[in-house]
Design a protein around this ligand. Sequence first.
Ligand code: UDX
Length: 432
Amino acid sequence: MKLCIIGTGYVGLVSGTCFADIGNNVICVDIDRNKIKNLNSGIIPIYEPGLEEMVKRNINQKRLKFSYDVNEAIKKSDIIFICVGTPTIKKTNSVELKYVYQVANKIKSNLNKYKIIVTKSTVPVTTGDKIESILKKNKYKSKYDVVSNPEFLREGEAIRDFVVPDRVVVGTKSKKALKTMKSLYLPIIKKTTRFFSTSRRSAELIKYASNAFLATKISFINEVANLCELLNINIEEISVGMGLDQRIGERFLRAGPGYGGSCFPKDTRAIVTLAKKYKINLSIANSVIKSNDNRSKILLNRILKILKNKIKNKNITFLGATFKANTDDMRESPCLKLIPALITKGAIINYYDPTGPKKEIEKFKNVNFSKNVVDATKKSDLIILHTEWNEFKQLNVKKLTKNKNVIVYDMRNIYSPEKMKKNGIKYYGIGR
Ligand code: UDX
């Protein structure tokens, strides 16, 4: 099929490339001409394992191309995927939809034949209705269907999550559109994936409700971890014991520094704001947001306690800065609250992340990016394991630093407390 993907961010670029890889002809469009030029020469603007190779392969096989001529791309395509950003509007917590509506207007003026318009960006419930009302006024009087097809891609695992998803959700009442979407996804569905069709509004809400629930699991286990620390219980035992119940499931029950990223924080706030508009109080989602926002204060207090309130001129190292491993994304990463707070108390911060220095951290004073683990830890008083990158998992801390009193605060529980103790390293974990 001939697809047009509008927006080449995480969702658009991964979706467009994967659709090309299963045999479709895909034009990915973006207004950023420089980005388009780079993409056509195989330069990828995001860190997503496996994506660069897949983009190059599909460009070479002439199934994938990048363009900034959105009019032409829409005219030539049968299915148009809206994959533009839907960020949170600061202070209001509601979703910025102007980019979505700008695209809808572009589609309206190029609706030269029947097309299926698909919202893949995470959009509030009823956005599809509004897109429909924009398209109604198209001068060609063409027929069209507006479909919701939310993505469930995790950064760092996006290709796998696209090619082997737990489910494909499609929201439409049009039998014609449903048939086309089913055949588009056929190469993926046959691999034991559930193709779930529902109303458009249900599909829009499924996305928000799923992310809010996953965030709930994380905030729940993080709060239980706080309790475990006072009861001398290992949270990992609780996660395993709970997760063996199929109704709970073992995934998204790992205690850590709190959830970050571009989705959980945004989508939890959006669903609460949406509900408030209809005078509904999603009290659980609300408390999940508060719990996660408060987590950095809890971790900061723990650090003060570990250092016996002597922070001034202490060398504190962050291993990893991104909000999780296998991504270069710093959006709402927990360290963005911890680092400035520690600097204010006089700490000297070293950090290393496999994806390089971070502009969000470089703007602070008394911060130094080291280009590897050894440089980052040689003078450490406290080593904070912030992001669970694989290269940190086999560290021999004893060899890393000359400071015999170095302390390790493992915010992802990737180290063995017993091994640390045996090596004479003072060790703290999360919830254990
Ligand atoms: C999430 C959803 O998983 C995905 O389905 C949706 O499409 C986009 O948002 P993403 O934000 O990329 O994906 O990352 P994810 O792997 O879900 O982790 C989100 C946050 O939760 C990260 O900060 C991660 O460190 C944290 N997390 C995740 C935990 O603290 N514990 C866990 O057990 C799992």
